[in-house]
Design a binder for this molecule. Structure first.
Ligand code: GLU
Length: 297
C-alpha cells in the first residue's frame, strides 16, 4: 500500500520526519514508519525528509544504536538532511518550553512515586482509565503552595505535571481545537484522555510529549507520520501546541506492523532486527514487501 494523501494536505512542500529512539536495533515496524515518512515527503516537489534522534533518555539510549539506525536507513535506500537533530543536544530549548508553561501556571510539581499513585488509586476504589492505564488521581495538584515549597527545599525529587483543568479553562474561549488526520479525517482534540500527564520527568528534565511538540514545530514538520499507538498522544500534543502558540502540523497515523501472533513488534521482545534480516540475505525490496509497501512501477 502506497501512502496516498487525500486532497487536504498542508500547503506547499511536505516536510516529514522519522524520529526513532536509539534504544535498540530497528525492526520491520521502524522500516515501515521510516518508509511512510520518506514516501510522503517524496509526493510533493521540494518535499523534505528529516531523521531526528530522540535520545533524551540517556539511561536507555546508546551511540551504537544510533549508528545502527543510520546504517539501516541507508541500506533501505533512504537519504535525509544533515545535520540530524539529536534531542540530547537541545535540552536547553526544552527547558525554555518548560519555563514558558510554568510562567503560565500550567505545571505543578508531583512528588508521587509509582507506588504512591497505586496506593492512592486503590484507596479511592479506582480511577478513570486512560489509553495508557489509570489516570493520575491528582494527589499533588491539591498540595498547598507552602507544602510544595517545603518538599522542594528538602530536596525531594519531583516531576512536573500538566494541570489539565487549568489548561482547558484557559482555552475555553477558543473554538474547539481541531487537527487533521490524513486518513481518519478531521479531528477535534480531546486532550483530557491522558489526564494530568507528566511533562517533565524526574530523571531527564523533559518528556517525549514536550520535546516532540517543540521539535516538530521548530523543524517545520508539517506532516507527522507515525504509528496509531500515538493517536491519543496527538490529542495532548494539539493542546500543548495551543498553550505554546505553536503551529499544528497535519498527522497521518499509520497501522502498526505485527508479528505472526498479531502482537506489535517491539525491540524489547527481541523482534528480528533489520540487521539480522540483512545478514540472512534479505534485500531492501523484501523489507518493503514484508511491510506491505511496494513502490508503484
Ligand atoms: N521516538 C518515538 C518512538 O520511537 C517517535 C514518536 C513520534 O514519531 O512522534 O516511538
Amino acid at each position: 500500500m502506497w501512502l496516498t494523501l487525500p486532497a487536504v494536505t498542508p500547503q506547499g512542500p511536505l516536510t516529514t520526519r522519522f524520529a526513532p529512539s536509539p534504544t535498540g536495533r530497528l525492526h520491520l515496524g521502524h522500516a515501515y514508519a521510516a518508509l511512510m515518512a520518506w514516501n510522503a515527503a517524496r509526493q510533493t516537489p521540494g518535499g523534505r525528509f528529516l531523521v531526528r534522534i530522540e535520545d533524551i533518555d540517556s539511561t536507555r539510549c546508546r551511540h551504537e544504536f544510533e549508528a545502527g539506525i543510520f546504517e539501516d536507513l541507508q541500506w533501505l535506500g533512504l537519504s535525509w538532511e544533515e545535520p540530524v537533530r539529536r534531542q540530547s543536544e537541545h535540552l536547553g530549548e526544552y527547558t525554555g518550553v518548560v519555563d514558558s508553561l510554568t510562567r503560565q501556571g500550567f505545571l505543578y510539581p508531583c512528588f508521587c512515586t509509582r507506588k504512591d499513585i497505586q496506593r492512592e488509586i486503590e484507596a479511592a476504589g479506582g480511577a478513570p482509565q486512560g489509553p495508557e492505564g489509570p489516570l493520575y488521581p491528582g494527589t499533588c495538584r491539591h498540595l498547598a503552595p507552602e507544602e510544595r515549597q517545603r518538599r522542594i527545599d528538602s530536596g525531594k525529587s519531583h516531576a512536573l505535571r500538566l494541570d489539565l483543568a487549568l489548561a482547558l479553562n484557559q482555552l475555553c474561549d477558543q473554538p474547539s481545537l481541531a487537527w487533521q488526520d490524513e486518513w481518519k479525517g478531521p479531528q477535534t482534540a480531546q486532550p483530557g484522555q491522558l489526564g494530568d500527564v507528566v511533562l517533565v520527568r524526574k530523571d531527564i528534565g523533559t518528556s517525549y510529549h514536550l520535546a516532540v511538540v517543540w521539535d516538530d514545530a521548530f523543524q517545520g514538520v508539517n506532516l507527522v507520520t507515525r504509528g496509531e499507538d500515538l493517536f491519543a498522544a496527538t490529542h495532548l500534543h494539539r493542546l500543548l501546541q495551543a498553550l505554546l502558540g505553536l503551529p499544528c502540523p497535519h498527522y497521518a497515523h499509520h497501522r502498526l506492523i505485527r508479528d505472526g501472533d498479531g502482537l506489535r513488534l517491539a525491540k524489547r521482545d527481541g523482534a528480528r532486527s533489520l540487521a539480522e534480516l540483512r545478514s540472512q540475505g534479505w534485500s531492501p525490496d523484501q523489507v518493503r514487501e514484508a511491510v506491505g509497501l511496494v513502490e508503484p512501477g
